[in-house]
Design a protein around this ligand. Sequence first.
Ligand code: 4AD
Ligand code: MG
Length: 464
Amino acid sequence: MDKLSVRDARQAAAIGRQVTLQGWIRTRRDSKGGFSFLELNDGSSLANIQIVADGKLANYESEVKHLSPGSSVTIRGEVKPSGGKEQATEVHATEIVVHGLADPEAYPLQKKRHTLEKLREWAHLRPRTNTIGAVMRVRNRISRSIHEFFQDEGFLYVNTPIITASDCEGAGEMFRVSTIDPANPPRTAEGKIDYAQDFFGKPAFLTVSGQLEGEIYATALGKIYTFGPTFRAENSNTSRHLAEFWMVEPEAAFFDLYDDMALAERFLKRIVGDVLRDCPEDMQFFQERVDNTIMAALETVRDREFLRITYTEAIELLEKSGEKFEFPVRWGADLQAEHERWLTEKKFNAPVILYDYPRGIKAFYMRLNDDGKTVRAMDVLVPRVGEIIGGSQREERLDVLIDRMKESGLNPDDYWWYLDLRRFGTVPHAGFGLGLERMVQFVTGMANIRDVIPFPRTPGSAEF
Ligand code: 4AD
Ligand code: MG
């Protein structure tokens, strides 16, 4: 008897096989003829498989008739053609082993549909719902595409540290990592907390980005990518921000900004193409139940060339738009979500790559343009989500980089190793970061970023 996933047992090719299926009951319906229909799900697909449980099963009265949503079972039986039009197959059980019942009075996912907000309170049970199950299958496909894409393009997977002493984005939004007893910290002569006595002998934090360490490996191995959790202690309670999120960051020596933009475009097209090809059932669910424009939006990303316009051109378009924005449009100010949405949704209805941003609003490591006013930054904006990728060509000139650090309030001595990369065999190089959860949001149409990561961490919330 072969163990089969529900997904495989649903295929017509399985008809005639003796199989073992294992999973959780979604529903039970008793027939007047003295038998029952069970809907079984094991997470391998959105769809359940129908199990016909004969009244002659030894434990039919004692156990099978007590199966309710959430109960766990092993089913042995034969796959047969199904009479129903929804499915090709069903399984006629010869044995049903019950592992655990789920008290219908107490089980929160009993029948009734819950809001996504309510489900967040049950992060331990919500993966058993159709929506979160579909999100996680698509998230898995995206993660796989990320690795496949970069491996195919000749990038090496490098693991950059989670604990770090440097603030890559220079925004000071880092979580401190410390073993100091907050009730009784060691103090310096001036009465300040003495981090020289802390675990690492200096202040340490959770990383906001693996980029700086990624640059070290790119300037030795050529093309690398890092993919891991990153942390931001910014107090933004929005539908697009998490305090802990996953970021993939490629970094490539001898890449300029245009190579970087082209890489980002190929990358997004690859992910979207893979999901459309390999997750049709889950995508149909999102199209029907979450956002009925999602398939068209994804096909646009896959098939249409991304627009590339400078920040300055974008500001001109926004100024001429005649729209009443909540935040005024002004050259030199960061674009707000409403501005990004107008560009991607109203003006172009397509992904847009904005580049050459004012130096004042971008990080110290971005290459200064000859105009002295802008840097070689690029953001990829997509409809609904806004900024999905942020990247740049890096400043490879030692003197300019030191000036930019000082201008950003950073002490160049703290980044001596980063400056060494410019002292010894410096090269033009570039890279970017894609937020995995923003990508999952974009692909699934899910409105809130908290519903596309298994255990969301946001201000005031870290249960589990
Ligand atoms: O634009 P960001 O801050 O860029 C960097 O961190 C660079 N060091 C990347 C690089 O060049 N290697 O972040 C990159 C992306 C954003 O475009 C967004 O998709 C995502 O990371 N992101 C977040 N996602 C969820 N919650 C947050 N708080 C996020 N902050 C950034
Ligand atoms: Mg950014």
